[in-house]
Every structure is written in C-alpha cells, then in structure tokens.
Design a protein around this ligand. Structure first.
Ligand SMILES: Cc1cc2nc3c(=O)[nH]c(=O)nc-3n(C[C@H](O)[C@H](O)[C@H](O)COP(=O)(O)OP(=O)(O)OC[C@H]3O[C@@H](n4cnc5c(N)ncnc54)[C@H](O)[C@@H]3O)c2cc1C
Length: 412
C-alpha cells in the first residue's frame, strides 16, 4: 500500500465508486484508494429490488471491473474502515492497516433499518438480494412489512415471480413519505390489480415461529418469507467515532454546501450525510441520482474547486409497468397544481408560498412521465415562479415556461 498522501474514499457504493472516477476526470493524478466493507466489486443498488429479483439478472457494476484498474485506483475490498486518526490524517482499517490521506471522502451510505422482530429479512445489499431471490419461489407466501419504495418494489418483483404477496403498512396509505397521495393511490391500485393484498393502517406486533405475522388488528398471517422495507439509517459510526459533527442519527454526517464535514480535510457525500440545499434547507436524501451528483461535487471540492452543491433532487421507482418520478421535494410545497395531459398522464406540481416551483411528481407506464418531470426539474433549477394557470394547462408547453423563467431574473 502506498504511503504517499492520497485521496482516500471510504465506501465503495454508488457515491464512493463514482467519486474516484470523478477525481481522475477533475485532474487528480496522485494516488487514490477506495475502501469498501463489502467483498465485491462496486455495484448498483436499484436493480436489486427490480431486475435482479425478478429474473436471473446479475447485479450491475457501477463501472466494469477493468475501469478501476485503468483509472489506477487502489481498491481495498472486504475491509471496513474502523477509525480516522485526524491528528495524523490517517484512515485506520479494521485489520490494523493505516492509509495516509491528503483528503478523505466518507461515502458510507446507509443500512436497512432493523425491526425488533426475529425471522425478518431485509434488502440493501447484493448478498441480501441473491439470498432473497432463492426464497421467492412460485406460490411462496410473502409478507412485506412497509409500503415504501423498497417494500413495494419487492412486492412487485415477488408477484412477478409467482408469489402470493401481502403488504402491511402502518400508515393510512402507501408511500406516505414524500409522495403525493394521488400518485400513491395509482401505485396502490396497480398492486391490487396484480393481486397483492395491501393492508394500510396495520402494524406488525410480532413474528411468531415459522413466519406467522401477528398484526396489530389481531389477525395472523402465515408467511414463507417475511421481509421488511422500513427505511434506512445513515452509516455514521466512523464519523461519530472521529468526533465529526453529526446532525443526529437520522440525518447523518453534517456537511456544508461544499459537502465538507466539520474537519476541513474530510468530506461526506451520498446517503450518509445531511447537507444544506438552497431550496429545501438541510436535507438527507436516499436516492441514486443524489449519490451520483454528490460524487461529482465532492470529488471537485476535494480538489479545492469550492463549488456549492445545488442539484435538484430526483428519484424514480419502477413497479410492474409503472414508472414513478419525482423532481424536487413535494413535502416542501404549500400548494399544488395538477396538469392533466390528453393521454391521461397527470403531473402534480408543488409550489412554495411565494410561487416558486418546488416539486413535480408523476406516475405512468413506460417512459410516459419522463419528459415532463425532466422539464420540471429544469424549471425548479431555474427557480421558476410559473403562472399556476399556465402550469396546469397542457397546451402551454413546459419548455415555453422554462424559456420564460430563464429570461426573467429570479431571486437567488
Ligand atoms: C434495493 C434498493 C433499491 C433502490 N432503488 C432505487 C431507485 O429505484 N431509485 C433511486 O433513486 N434510488 C434507489 N435506491 C437508493 C440508492 O441505491 C442509494 O441512494 C445509493 O445506493 C446511495 O449510494 P451511497 O454510495 O451513498 O451508499 P451505498 O450504496 O449504501 O454504499 C455505501 C457503501 O459503503 C460501505 N461502507 C459503509 N461503512 C463502511 C466502512 N466503515 N468502511 C468501508 N466501507 C463502508 C457499505 O458497505 C456500502 O457498500 C435503492 C436502494 C436499494 C437498497
């Protein structure tokens, strides 16, 4: 292992693995070390609840195996970083090795939130997905705890494999976090059409032996497989032990708008950190695009570019033939405008109290919603304050609203 000062990245997930390539693209020619706790090549997580579960698809690498070698990145796999010696600028690995760093990026992601119940599986890693796939046999009775994105993608994939699926959600509706109720209702209908038994307003009190779910309604549910998708918890142990500022357990490692932690030589990015956004205040996102966008900003700022991170959040989910997309954060909006196209596709825009566009959410089959949500994302980035009537009118092109927004100076 090199003793020359290096750029060191902890966490070989979406964000960390992208960041090492961005460092090269941004001109860093010195050593780069990528440390990953998992004993595998960096892979994409989104397919794990989709194509990897439904078929025999292999996990998809972030970049192919040769790319890390060609970029001259030293990849230390299967070893967790256990400490940061901030006095000596050294990362300490669980096997005792020490790696000196010029700058350090924490991209430690998040892990599946655990329930205090026995006999429950989770889906976060490639190993989780491959183990689960083997158990999702045709006819298997699958109990999914949690009607959020992971739980619902799992339900759709298990249904596609011929399983009999029940989703148990404690909230009164599915996707209650950050998805407009009408969009969530379309998704709920599609699950019911596919034969999924969706039970909202129902909790799980206990899991008895042999997969018997005891529900808060007093009913019991016999399951062959019980799997929970009840959120993710940011991986902050390393940062916390090193005395770096943490927002709180939920909000992860606290960084500024340059993604710099409370130590000027250490940055954090992706699912593990909370950061200030110019439109939404301090947020922590669990989204593929954010991990990617953070990797770009963090890599550039590791090299002193001193650029703020301002990218508009964007998220997608695929369930059956449905594709759901959200730009911005619907929860930040105080009013809503609905635009209904002649083909039936509805986009729900969220506006702030001053009329600034803050979000757009839509669900449709195939690629139907992609263009409008992409334009909405550009409108949000332009800090557009569109006339609500024009926004609602499908005959007014979103491109025209974007041109208008760009030609009108918007408040910073
Ligand atoms: C099943 C699934 C499906 C998803 N689908 C979608 C989707 O459809 N759309 C979407 O927008 N987002 C989706 N996401 C979310 C998206 O994948 C994540 O937001 C993204 O992976 C975050 O990237 P990250 O690099 O920050 O964290 P992670 O991908 O979690 O990677 C962090 C890595 O750091 C490693 N690590 C942690 N601590 C240490 C340590 N101390 N030392 C060394 N290594 C360490 C971990 O083992 C892990 O490999 C999905 C996530 C999952 C799990």
């Amino acid at each position: 292992m090199s003793t020359e000062r290096a750029m060191v990245v902890v966490g070989a997930g979406e964000c960390g693995a992208r960041a090492v390539f961005e460092l090269r693209d941004a001109g860093w020619t010195g050593p780069i070390t990528l440390v990953g706790a998992e004993d595998v090549h960096p892979y994409e997580r989104p397919p794990l609840s989709k194509a990897v579960l439904t078929g025999d698809a292999a996990p998809v690498p972030v970049r192919d195996a040769d790319a890390l070698r060609e970029a001259d990145v030293e990849f230390v796999a299967g070893v967790a970083a256990s400490d940061i010696d901030r006095d000596r600028n050294e990362l300490v690995l669980a096997d005792g090795r020490r790696i000196p760093y010029e700058r350090l990026l924490l991209a430690t992601g998040a892990s599946a939130r655990r329930l205090p119940l026995f006999g429950v599986s989770y889906l976060r890693s490639q190993a989780d997905a491959l183990a689960l796939r083997d158990r999702l046999r045709p006819g298997a009775r699958v109990g999914v705890i949690g009607g959020g994105f992971i739980g619902l993608e799992l339900a759709a994939s298990a249904t596609a494999r011929g399983c009999a699926v029940t989703v148990v959600e404690a909230e009164p509706r599915l996707l209650s976090r950050a998805v407009p109720a009408e969009v969530a209702a379309v998704v709920a209908d599609r699950h019911e059409q596919a034969g999924v038994d969706v039970r909202c307003g129902t909790g799980v009190a206990a899991v008895r032996d042999r997969g018997v779910l005891e529900l808060t309604t007093g009913e019991t549910l016999d399951c062959d497989v019980v799997v929970a998708g009840v959120g993710a918890v940011p991986e902050t142990a390393l940062a916390k032990n090193a005395g770096l500022a943490i927002d709180n357990v939920e909000n992860g490692v606290r960084v500024d708008d340059r993604l710099r932690t409370s130590d000027p030589d250490i940055f954090a990015a992706g699912d593990c950190c909370s950061f200030p956004h110019p439109l939404y205040g301090r947020i922590r996102l669990e989204a593929w695009r954010n991990a990617h966008d953070h990797a770009v900003t963090a890599a550039r700022n590791l090299l002193d570019a001193d650029e703020p991170h301002t990218a508009v959040p964007w998220f997608w989910s695929d369930q059956y033939d449905l594709n759901l997309q959200i730009a911005g954060l619907p929860d930040a909006a105080t009013s809503e405008v609905v635009r209904q196209r002649s083909d039936g596709v509805e986009t729900r825009f969220g506006l702030g109290a001053d009329g600034t566009l803050l979000s757009a959410a839509a669900v449709g089959t195939g690629n139907a919603v992609a263009k409008d949500v992409r334009l909405a994302e550009m409108l949000i980035a332009a800090r557009a304050m569109p006339d609500p009537a024009s926004l609602a009118d499908p005959d007014t092109a979103l491109k025209a609203l974007l041109r208008a927004a760009k030609s009108t100076p918007q408040p910073a």
